[in-house]
Write a protein that binds this ligand. Structure first.
Ligand code: ATP
Ligand code: MG
Length: 571
């Protein structure tokens, strides 16, 4: 294809509103354009790459035995009420009404829709396992759409749903999808890292996210330095092996005056101690309205996801309740003499010589020994781990990274099959709910993640598998018949070998065209100019090469296609 026939609106300047490199480059290379917040048009080059990502996803899903379908993007609200998610997902759902005033949902995901279908069409164990997938537009009213295709209101997702006879069988389906995801991201040229993830509102038992490490990622990940463990911060476990006995451990509990310092940092500063020597006491109110206390080291925060697994619906108490329970202003709560149930994070076990609130305004206690001075015996994992903690399953130490989630696999159990009546009959004619899994890939987010992971100061560095074109043939003298004829011969020769080739036939200065070539980042560049042609040569350069290589004109097609083959094989 000729550059002059395509809309490739490259930009010299970095767009003001694009904060991360991949977003800037997608705009600058003319891949996408913004319509409104979280809404983008894929221009010809962007769309070609999107299609290539989709093709890889489709091939791997097919290979794993999943069947492709296409479900409606618009749903009657009733089906969402059956599962309880019309309420549960109301904050992200776009809702519309038809002319009869019937409420409809623009699908943010499709568990309900596929489960409803399966409940009608699949009845016997003989039809299981089954796995259905689609590649389709999803709609989510995100709080903060940003970073281009990373977080949109409308985006392309591949979603798959597996149905099995038992939880063991479902583990098999899960494994197949997990392996397919590993292949998909590798083939897209991405180094995706699977991490243990929280199952959130989905109601399942376990899940993994596939993360692209990136400083701009919205997810925090903790990874063991020996590679033995990686988990999303929301779900990560870790234990501190730092000493828990501090100076004063031997001394008796003593009340001290700490006027106006109710904050952890303030107390630590006043007493010249580390924040982790403090015991932080948070008052919560359980679902039944009864208050309870959560204790943590001063340098750790409560993970409310973990808290809610133990105490569903619990909320931080308001100041009036805190005053009522502790007899003190906010900031001076402590476990000594507190007459409500108390639960402590496990990193507090054995804590001695600590400092905590005295349940009296403007006072703390020092030399606090958790075992000696309180009734607290209930230790649970309720805090976010920290970098430097020991990983839960080995010798490694946790380090913190940020990542972009490109895919997610979930074991769902029977939540949706029970709600929507997706049952099967076993060999003996007995009915059971099917055991489900669900598996998402953000196809459009993946496309941008490729660029986020693979670019340099000059532009995109496309992996060959998802580049909009594999080869760029640049005609340096497009107004010269000989130059154009040679360039076109090369294009035709490469196309005959099945390669995707873009011919830069624009009447522009060479420097300008080279800048654009770097920006577009196609994997291989062939430069055809009259000076080289006089010697029977053209120049070859991979996007990752430093220098051009002179190649005989009649060898160009062979050599270029061999280099592309090598790039493909490397993925
Ligand atoms: P996130 O935590 O980033 O919001 P999620 O947990 O809501 O993601 P899933 O419901 O698991 O995402 O969706 C499957 C995949 O769809 C995600 O792994 C991600 O790649 C992609 N995705 C989710 N939300 C968006 C969005 N707003 N824009 C683009 N891609 C998205
Ligand atoms: Mg989300």
């Amino acid at each position: 294809m000729r550059w002059s026939d395509l809309l490739i609106p490259t930009l010299k300047e970095t767009p003001q509103d694009a904060e991360i490199p991949s977003h800037q480059l997608m705009l600058r290379a003319g891949l996408i354009r913004r319509l409104g917040s979280g809404l983008y048009t894929y221009l010809p080059l962007g769309f070609r790459s999107l299609r290539k990502v989709e093709r890889i996803v489709r091939e791997e899903m097919d290979r794993a035995g999943a069947q492709e379908v296409l479900m409606p993007a618009m749903h009657p609200k009733e089906i969402w009420e059956t599962s309880g998610r019309y309420e549960g997902l109301k904050n992200v759902m776009f809702r519309v009404k038809d002319r009869q005033d019937r409420e409809m949902v623009l699908g943010p995901t499709h568990e309900e829709i596929i489960t409803d279908l399966v409940s009608r069409e699949i009845t016997s164990y003989k039809q299981l396992p089954s796995n259905f997938y689609q590649i389709q537009t999803k709609f989510r009213d995100e709080i903060r759409p940003r970073f281009g295709l990373m977080r949109c209101k409308e985006f392309i997702m591949k979603d798959a749903y597996s149905f099995d006879v038992s939880s063991e069988a479902a583990d098999g389906s899960y494994k197949k999808m997990y392996d397919a995801y590993v292949n998909i991201f590798r083939r897209c040229g991405l180094h995706a890292m699977p991490v243990e993830a929280d199952t959130g509102d989905m109601g399942g038992s376990s899940s993994h996210e596939f993360m692209i490490p990136s400083d701009s990622g919205e997810d925090a990940i903790l990874e063991a330095d020996d590679g033995s463990y990686a988990a999303n911060m929301e779900r990560a476990e870790g234990t501190s092996d730092l000493p828990r006995e501090f100076e004063g451990a031997e001394k008796a509990l003593e009340k001290i005056h700490t006027p106006n310092v109710g904050k952890i940092e303030g107390v630590a500063e006043l007493l010249k101690i580390e924040t982790r020597q403090l015991v932080k006491t948070l008052i919560y109110v359980a679902e039944d309205g009864k208050p309870f206390a959560v204790l943590l080291p001063g340098d750790r925060d409560v993970n409310e996801i973990k808290l809610h697994k133990l105490y569903p619906g619990a909320e931080l108490a308001d100041p009036a309740v805190i005053r009522d329970v502790t007899g003190a202003d906010v900031g001076f709560a402590g476990p000594v003499g507190l007459e409500i149930p108390i639960v402590a994070d496990r990193t507090l076990e054995g804590m001695k010589g600590a400092v905590t609130g005295a349940n009296e305004t403007d006072h703390h206690v020092v030399n606090f020994d958790l075992e000696r001075d309180s009734e607290v015996r209930n230790f649970v994992d309720i805090a976010f781990p920290k970098a430097g903690d020991l990983a839960p399953n080995g010798t490694g130490r946790l380090q913190e990274k940020r990542g972009v989630e490109v895919g997610h696999v979930f074991k769902l159990g029977t939540k949706y099959s029970e709600a929507l009546g997706a049952n099967y009959l076993d060999e003996n004619g007995k009915s059971h709910p099917m055991v489900m899994g669900c598996y998402g890939i953000g196809v459009s987010r993946t496309l941008q993640a490729v660029i986020e992971q693979s670019h340099d100061d000059f532009g995109i560095v496309w992996p060959v598998s998802v580049a909009p074109f594999e080869v760029l043939v640049t005609a340096l003298n497009p107004n010269d018949a000989e130059c154009m004829a040679a360039a076109e011969d090369i294009v035709n020769g490469l196309e005959a070998k099945g390669l995707d080739v873009l011919l830069d036939d624009r009447d522009e200065r060479p420097g300008f065209k080279f800048k654009d070539a770097d920006l577009l980042g196609l994997p291989l560049r062939v430069t055809v100019g009259n000076r080289g042609l006089a010697k029977g040569e053209v120049e070859l350069k991979a996007r990752t090469d430093k220098n051009f290589e002179a190649v005989a004109l009649d060898q160009t097609v062979e050599q270029a296609s061999a280099r592309i083959d090598a790039m493909r094989e490397a993925l």
